[in-house]
Ligand binder design. Structure first.
Ligand SMILES: Nc1ncnc2c1ncn2[C@@H]1O[C@H](COP(=O)(O)OP(=O)(O)O)[C@@H](O)[C@H]1O
Ligand SMILES: [Mg+2]
Length: 292
């Protein structure tokens, strides 16, 4: 079958891995740069135009690999394919939702998926109340649009929490406040979901004296196993957000497994190297099973 990978470059590691596996399995595969696609809406002929051609009916499936800087336009392109009954591994609404920390936590908690206690507010007049709603410091403060651990802060006292929150409100930076899960000890778990399975899991441990475990900040990956119950939580989190491929970030807490966030464009390099699982092949096999 013909498969499109929507990605800004064929040289990105994960894009390239998926491309190679799709080719190996005999598919016609093309990398389509979604930022170079124009969507034409019309009462006559509508479609997605790429290099002068309407490609809306050319593929049986698409694999969106939409980064944070191109989410909005990328989701429009994905939606157009979706409306033309092309199978997509992430729905356009799932892409938008997962890149919004607040809305995705709202959806997850509504579906009874456990998350750290979270507050969002823009009111500079009752910061003490907001901190107290989380039981006081230490608390985690996150920028809405942060990624790779940048924009995630730990305030260890009420005083420092108040000054950080005050500053963020005054410069109009949207933030969320979160209960600090101390027992996570700078560790979290990335569960890679494909379809209705967790295909690989990796524990990430942060560098000394940093509570953030992100690999981009020097965190190290190691192999970990989830219980069946924990796997079910990761699969449900991806499903409720409309994603059949997802990186679900989890923390083991005293009260059980908590979902931190869900990524619709999870990287393959770190987790494939750490776990030795051929995730790219699993993605293609999932598409074959779904589309045939
Ligand atoms: N509430 C929390 N309690 C303890 N550690 C946290 C909490 N929230 C985030 N972390 C740590 O910080 C890291 C980055 O936070 P995350 O919300 O995933 O932001 P980003 O999108 O920047 O990766 C997590 O991987 C985790 O290690
Ligand atoms: Mg994260």
């Amino acid at each position: 079958m013909t498969v499109f990978i929507l990605s800004v470059s064929e040289y990105i590691y994960s894009t390239n891995r998926i491309y190679e596996e799709a080719k190996k399995r005999g598919h016609i595969v093309k990398v389509i740069n979604h930022t170079e696609c124009s969507v034409k809406l019309s009462n006559k002929k509508r479609g997605v135009f790429y290099k002068g051609r309407n490609i809306i009916s050319d593929a049986k499936a698409i694999i969106p690999r939409i980064g944070t800087t191109t989410t909005k336009h990328g989701s429009f392109v994905v939606k157009e394919f979706e409306m033309n009954d092309v199978f997509t591994t992430s729905t356009s609404s799932g892409i938008v939702l997962s890149q919004d920390k607040v809305k995705s936590l709202q959806v997850l908690s509504k579906h009874k998926i456990q998350i750290p206690e979270t507050i969002f507010s823009v009111n500079p007049n009752d910061i003490n109340t907001q901190i107290n709603l989380l039981g006081g410091a230490p608390i985690v403060i996150k920028l809405h649009e942060g990624t790779q651990g940048k924009g995630v802060m730990l305030a260890e006292s009420n005083q420092s929490a108040k000054s950080i929150i005050d500053t963020m409100y005054s410069i109009h930076k949207p933030i969320l406040l979160q209960e600090f899960i101390k027992e996570s000890k700078s560790e979290d778990i990335r569960a890679f979901v494909v379809g209705d399975k967790v295909v690989a899991t990796m524990k990430r441990s942060g560098v000394k004296n940093d509570f953030r475990s992100n690999i981009h900040l020097g965190g190290k990956g190691s192999v970990v196993r989830l219980t069946d119950e924990e796997e079910k939580i990761a699969i449900k989190a991806a499903k409720e957000l409309g994603l059949t491929i997802a990186g679900v970030d989890l923390i083991r807490s005293k009260r059980g497994l908590l979902v931190l966030e869900v990524n619709s464009t999870p990287g393959l390099q770190g987790i494939e190297e750490c776990t030795k699982v051929n995730i790219a092949e699993k993605i293609i096999k999932h598409i074959e099973a779904t589309c045939s």
